[in-house]
Design a protein around this ligand. Sequence first.
Ligand SMILES: [Zn+2]
Length: 259
Amino acid sequence: MFRRRERSESSPVGRTESVCPYCEHDLEKKPGRKRKCPHCGEFIYVRTRPSDRQKVLVTEAQAEQIEEQWAIVNGTHKEYLTRKEQFRNAKDELMKQWGQEPSDNMVRYHLLNRSSMKHAQEQQWGLFRNAKLEMAEIIRKESDPRNALERYLEVCYLDLNGPSNIGVFVDQDGKRTPILHENNPPWDPKRWGDLAPAVVGRLSKLIEKTETDRDKATEMFLCVATSLEESLQLPLSPQDAWKILAAELHTLLEVWDNT
Ligand SMILES: [Zn+2]
């Protein structure tokens, strides 16, 4: 006799209707992105599921299920599982160190910090800068605007120095050595030094939020940039970089016009 497949195995994840996936209350409007349910207060996620490409409302756990399904569809399931394992290990490690459970964001921060150090060793300065930006984003989301402001100032200083990903030579034992030659400097402000409008935009919002005036911002920038200049041997001086960044910020910050 054939046993019918369990419904839970075959039924696709998530709700296509406008219903909370936690408390099943009807929602007035189907959310288009992550939103708090007004009835139970849980976060509802919006995802496209691979089985039928339908947009569905899901719980946090179901969102992870869908992420894994996509990894299988895209042929990246192995990488997905490795990432999950790294995350779990880092979480355990931090839990032992701190004696309490870290938030997922703090685990992510810790992993990014670790990979930023690896990028620095391998002179992959573009990747290093991207990791620093993601770390700044996490701090911003953890609602620490003053600290986030300093991190964004750092990213702008890195951007103006023109970071470059230097190639890596891998020997038989798997040892990785950066390939340095004079036509390919790790930092080149003239060729690659450029501010990212989205980053400067975020920065100006943080300046407004923390009510930081021009003098205080100058002091903060010179402080974080000088320490980076020394540790990474950056070619563009903090003073020259600040001239460029401050001019850009002036166009965004009306309150700075009178100072
Ligand atoms: Zn609900």
